[in-house]
Structure formats: C-alpha cells, structure tokens
Design a binder for this molecule. Structure first.
Ligand code: SAJ
Length: 454
C-alpha cells in the first residue's frame, strides 16, 4: 500500500517515516517554495531537516530512504498513486479575537489532495482544526476538486496529532490515537492506517467532529488549569501570602477519590497549541450554533476568560517590575533591564508565541533599556538574543526571569549583584526559580509571581 503525507513539518516528517516502516511506499509532499523547498533535498538524502534533537528520526529516515520506501516530492500528482493521504499543515490564528484562523496553507493542501485523489482512497486531516471542519469545509473542497462523493467514493477522517517537539517518534507510537471518520467506514479505514504505527498507544474511534472537539478541548482544559493557577497566584499576591504554600496545601487533599489538579502560575503561556486551540473550539461553537449555548446574560466563556488571564500575565510582570523599580527610587523609563528567557518552554529553543515578547514590547513602549538572554534561542527577528549572561547582567537596574531554564536556578546572588553594580538591584521571578531570602539578604529588591509574602 502507498501512503501520502502532505506537509513535511514536525508532524508530517515523523508520521511519514513511521508509515514507511509499516507500508510499502510513502510519498512526503512538500511545496517547493523558497522557504521550505530545502527540506525536499535533505529528506531525500535521509536527513531530518527539523531543528533540535529528535531521537531516532535521523536513523529511521536514513533507513526508509535507503530502502526506497520514503520519497519526498513536490509533484502532488503522485497522490493519485496513494491509497491513503494524511495532511499535517499548520492552522495559526492571525487575530484570535475575531476568531479567524489562517487556513490558507491547509486549504491548498486539501485542494491538491482533492485534485489528485483516486477512487477508494482515504484522506485524513492531522492538523488541529475548528470543530466541524472535516465533515463540512474540508469535505466540500475535496468533493469539488475530485468530483467524487466523500464517504462513498473515498474515506475522510480527522486524526489529531499529539506530538511534542523532542519526542516526536515516541509520541506518535505511544500516545493513544483519536481517529474520527465522517462515517463508520472512514473511521475503520483510519484505524487500519494508524494501527500499525502504534506500539503502546491504543486507537480511540469516534466521529470526525468529536475528534476535533477532543483535540481542541484537551488543550483548552490545560490552558484553563494554568489560568486557574495564575488567578490564585494573583490573589495570593494581593492577600500577601505565598501561593506555593497554598498549592502544597491544596495538593494534600487526596484519597477517597478526591482530586485537585492545580498547575503552576507563571509569567505567561506561550507555544502554538494552548494559545490557539481554545479559539478553534470557540469558533466551532460559533459556526455550529452559538445561540444554542444558553449562558445567562453577561456570562462570558470561561475558556476565553482563561486565555485573557494567561495573556495578562506578561503585563502583570511589567507591574511587578515597576513596583520593584519604584522601591529602588527608579522609574521604568530609562531603566536597564535584563530579561532572562525568550523561549516559551523551559530548556527548549521553542519561542513560538512566547510571552517574553509581550513583556519586551511593553517595556520598550515604557522607555526601558532592555536586553535579552536565552541559552537556547539564538535568533529572533528584530531582537538581539544574547547567550552571554554576564554581559546581559552587567550594569542593570533590574533582572526579570521569564523562562524556567535550568541555568537560572543556579543564579548566584553575589555574582548577579556584582555584575549589576547596583546596591539595590531589582529581581522579578516569573517562574519561582530562585530563593527569595538569599537574594533579599544580598540587598536585592525581590518580587515574584504568587509571592505576596515577600
Ligand atoms: N505553563 C504554565 N504553567 C503550567 C504549565 C505550563 O505557565 O503549569 C506554560 C509554559 O510555561 C508554556 C505554556 O504554558 O509557556 C505551554 O506549556 P505546555 O507544557 O503546555 O507545552 P506545549 O504548549 O508544548 O503543550 C504541549 C501540548 N501537546 C500537544 O499538543 C501534543 C499539550 O497538549 C500538552 O499537554 C503539553 O505539551 C504537555 O503536557 O507537555
């Protein structure tokens, strides 16, 4: 059987490589555009074009390319040779508040699939999409382009990806896999496609729309849990107590089936999963029939409120910075600030939708002289991200910790004070990485998320 994978990104590449292990031939389809055409040659040389370490991926790609079981191409007409085609193309929101996602790249991929799809084949969308997309918008496009009827002449399903950078191959094989068809036959076909690539993961069949809601809701719930921790941290600061004591207390409520899932507050929520999936879910309801959700007047969506709370955290960090500078007799205008941490996820170089950027821009607007350090992120458009911590810390009035990178837990208060050269240096801890008492004893003005007790 021949499988096609459209979109050679961090979802499509490992998926294609694993399909090549279980099926005769896999074509990896990639637009030959200036920005991503380079991937075609690298992949056909058996090389992984993705940044960062992906255990096992180079070896697997090499093996399947050597055996001529995997071939990357920009010739989409080869889709006609495929029994099944999966599509893994990103679906970002350009402007979340108006709930308008950018489906243009995904639409192009779907049109190509429709144009060349052969009778009896199966199309599977892996991208994270608004509930209702597979069974309506995508179905319509595929039928328009192919002149065939979905469900009868070809199968159509949604099998959302749940991979995390750094564990791509492992996640695909070990995570349970939701497979949702527009009809039972499509669901069964999708189970036949994904079954062979799973090791410990189980197949979880459902309808396509239920699969879309599952994927967006599982991330909405994580965002909601983080917002709940963030709001409680703000309350603890206002009341003047230590959030982490409260968290320990809440966590101790166990046994007899009692559960409390309290996550961690922080300087904000980044990444491209949690920052967008809530809006896909909200849009799905809006498209389906928003009127039928009978909230009482004035009651907003809890999920969108959670998003707004998480997006407020970088602003709260600016408030803490101003408060700290005031205590040292300084204003934010002209203050020399060291921002530690640009990536959105600790110990990675992934900075997509990083909350550090909102903080940076707000500080710039207020006239701060801000310099950025990150041990992993080496470049960012328009921002000079330094890997030299000592130079970033030299002569500063304030240090602001935004990402919980391992090295920041080792910050030495004497060293930082010496480098800053200020007897009343401000330090703002956005990820609870330093011990407040050590820095306070060394003359620092300390403020931290959830640390109303300091
Ligand atoms: N964050 C907090 N407090 C927490 C946890 C996270 O502030 O308690 C922040 C992080 O600093 C980061 C953001 O939220 O800025 C997102 O962190 P994340 O750990 O959720 O990492 P993501 O965005 O890579 O989420 C991925 C998702 N995986 C997939 O979509 C396949 C998500 O579904 C997973 O739950 C998450 O990884 C995970 O659990 O690691």
């Amino acid at each position: 059987r021949t499988i096609g994978v459209i979109g050679m990104g961090y979802v499509g590449i490992p998926a294609g490589a694993l399909f090549a292990k279980s099926f005769e031939k896999v074509y990896g389809f990639q637009r030959d555009s200036s920005s991503s055409g380079y991937k075609i040659n690298l992949l056909n040389a058996g090389k992984n074009p993705l940044k960062g370490e992906e255990p096992g991926l180079d070896e697997l790609l090499n093996e399947v390319v050597q055996k001529k079981k995997f071939e990357c191409t920009s010739d989409f007409s080869k889709i006609s040779q495929c029994d099944a085609v999966t599509i893994a193309i990103q679906t970002p929101f350009l402007n979340p508040t108006d709930l308008i996602p950018d489906f243009s790249a995904l639409e192009e991929g779907i049109r190509q699939a429709g144009k060349y799809l052969s009778e009896g084949s199966l199309i599977v969308l892996e991208s994270t999409i608004t509930p209702g997309t597979t069974a309506n918008w995508a179905k319509k496009i595929l039928e328009e382009e192919s002149g065939l009827v979905a469900g009868r002449a070809f199968g159509l399903a949604h099998a959302p990806e749940r991979v995390m950078v750094g564990r791509l191959l492992r996640n695909i094989q070990e995570h349970d896999r939701i497979v949702g068809g527009i009809d039972d036959a499509s669901t069964n076909r999708a189970m036949e496609l994904y079954g062979p690539v799973l090791t410990s993961g189980k197949l979880i069949p459902m309808t396509a729309t239920a699969a879309e809601v599952t994927k967006t809701a599982e991330n909405t719930f994580r965002d909601l849990q983080i917002a709940a921790a963030n709001q409680l941290a703000l309350y603890c600061e206002a009341i003047g107590i230590n959030f982490y004591d409260v968290r320990k207390g809440i966590d101790s409520l166990k046994g007899d089936g009692i559960t409390r899932a309290i996550l961690w507050p922080g300087a904000g929520v980044g990444g491209h999963c949690l920052t967008k999936d809530t809006y896909h879910l909200e849009r799905g309801v809006k498209i389906a029939d928003e009127q039928s959700v009978d909230f009482p007047d004035g009651v907003e969506s809890l999920y969108v409120t959670a998003r707004h709370i998480n997006d407020f955290m970088p602003m709260h960090m600016v408030h803490l910075l101003k408060k700290g500078l005031n205590r040292s007799g300084k204003k934010i205008k002209g203050a020399r600030v060291a921002l530690l941490g640009w990536s959105f996820l600790a110990n990675t170089d992934d900075a997509r939708n990083t909350p550090s950027e909102s903080f940076y821009l707000l500080c710039m607007e207020e006239g701060a002289d801000i310099r950025v350090h990150d041990p992993w992120v080496t470049n960012w458009p328009g921002i000079d991200v330094s890997q030299d911590l000592e130079s970033v810390l030299s002569g500063v009035d304030a240090v602001v910790i935004f990402t919980g990178h391992r090295m920041y837990y080792q910050l030495d208060s004497h060293k930082v004070r010496e480098l800053s050269g200020s007897s009343r240096c401000v330090i703002i801890d956005g990820r609870n990485v330093i011990d407040p008492d050590v820095f306070i004893q060394n003359g620092f003005i300390y403020l931290g998320i959830g640390r109303g007790d300091k």
